[in-house]
Design a protein around this ligand. Structure first.
Ligand SMILES: NC(=O)c1ccc[n+]([C@@H]2O[C@H](COP(=O)([O-])OP(=O)(O)OC[C@H]3O[C@@H](n4cnc5c(N)ncnc54)[C@H](OP(=O)(O)O)[C@@H]3O)[C@@H](O)[C@H]2O)c1
Length: 337
């Protein structure tokens, strides 16, 4: 039986790329009692309501910055998936206080609301940009990860367990590079910031399946990192528009040439969990929860997009793109978000 069966699930950011896909999978395959969407914009909720028309769905308007509203919203929820975030690197750089309020303080509010309402499982979504962050978005998410992991300290005798998942670029999500490249291809020229750039690659389906599995296996305090392949951004451009002219705009502030999903400093408390790495907390509360099964990763190990052992070439990228739903609203910057 699914961990979601008969449960009430709340998804912050439920109208986003991840949220909508996650909710459709949970409703179709996991038999929840109810699913609550928690987000700010009534239009997105209205559109989603029309798209899904499922009586188990509830639409709650609210901001993760609003602790009081959140506390009420999570009452009676068993599972909370925290996906709400500001995630565009340039927008976070230009609006730094807003990024902190939503991504960091908002995450603290979610953790506190979950503990106070005795929610059974809470999982927060994080990103490769949180590893050795080079921009404010990454820094807010790094802090959010720590808040969610360390919030387990406040649980006491309650049943709440909090954990994170951390993964790389979701292909085709809102504001990602794929819709940008497709829009640019219509105008005959693609721009990228640096020809050497590499990124991790995960599809929305894989991200949703990974979060679902992580909720089922978590003990509270882990950061789950899926083993996913890398791609060269020039190969992605070639897969989308073969032979097209490429403009190189130069690396943006806060952008990295390569991303990391696991830092070498994390290796000494990371286990190889088969299809994923599990970063375990270095805290006393973890001792009571048992160790992960699997071998520890070698000391000093890191998982980076340039040193990956799994790569997607042009043909494979083209095949995967053909199977992927891409949200057409493109990023405005020539970026690899
Ligand atoms: N997409 C990727 O490539 C990627 C990769 C790794 C990790 N992640 C993480 O995955 C999560 C989901 O990403 P996504 O691609 O689904 O993002 P998205 O499509 O931009 O959706 C973000 C959602 O958050 C809501 N939201 C934003 N600010 C909010 C606030 N203050 N209070 C409540 N809701 C708020 C938005 O709705 P309203 O605007 O209506 O509030 C929307 O529903 C994020 O945490 C992101 O950091 C994404």
């Amino acid at each position: 039986m699914s961990a979601f069966s008969g449960k009430t699930v709340l998804v912050t950011g439920g109208t986003g790329s991840f949220g909508q896909h996650f909710i459709s999978v949970v409703l179709d395959r996991h038999d929840p009692l109810a699913v609550r969407v928690y987000s700010r914009d009534e239009l997105k909720q209205y559109e989603m309501q029309r798209r899904f028309s499922d009586p188990r769905l509830r639409f709650l308007l609210g901001d993760v910055r609003d602790a009081e509203r959140l506390r009420r919203a999570v009452q009676g929820a068993d599972i909370v998936v925290h996906a709400a975030a500001l995630k565009q690197v340039p927008a976070c750089e230009y609006n730094p206080f807003e990024a902190v309020k939503t991504n960091t303080l908002g995450t603290q509010n979610v953790a506190e609301a979950c503990i106070d309402a005795d929610v059974w499982r809470a999982i927060a979504l994080s990103t490769d940009k949180a590893v050795n962050p080079a921009n404010l978005y990454g820094a807010t998410k790094a802090c959010a990860e720590r808040l969610f992991v360390q919030a387990n300290v406040y649980v006491g005798h309650g049943r709440t367990r909090l954990a994170c998942v951390r993964y790389g670029n979701v292909v085709g999500s809102r504001g990602s590079v794929v819709p940008l490249f497709r829009d640019q291809a219509d105008h005959g020229r693609l721009t990228l910031t640096d020809r050497r750039m590499t990124r991790f690659w995960i599809t929305l389906d894989q991200a949703v399946a990974f979060v679902t599995r992580s909720i089922e296996r978590m003990r509270g305090g882990e950061i789950f990192v899926p083993k996913i392949p890398s791609m060269r951004v020039v190969d992605l451009a070639e897969a989308i528009a073969p032979g097209i002219a490429l403009g190189v705009t130069g690396i943006r502030p806060g952008e990295k040439l390569h991303e990391a999903l696991l830092a070498s400093e994390e290796a000494r408390h990371t286990t190889d969990g088969g299809d994923c790495y599990v970063i375990e907390p270095e805290q006393p509360f973890w001792a009571d929860r048992g160790r992960e099964e699997g071998a520890p990763v070698p000391d000093g190990f890191s998982f980076t997009s340039d040193a990956n052992t799994e790569w997607l070439g042009v043909d494979e990228l083209r095949r995967l793109l053909a199977e992927t739903t891409v949200e057409r609203r493109a990023a405005t910057a020539p970026a690899v978000a």
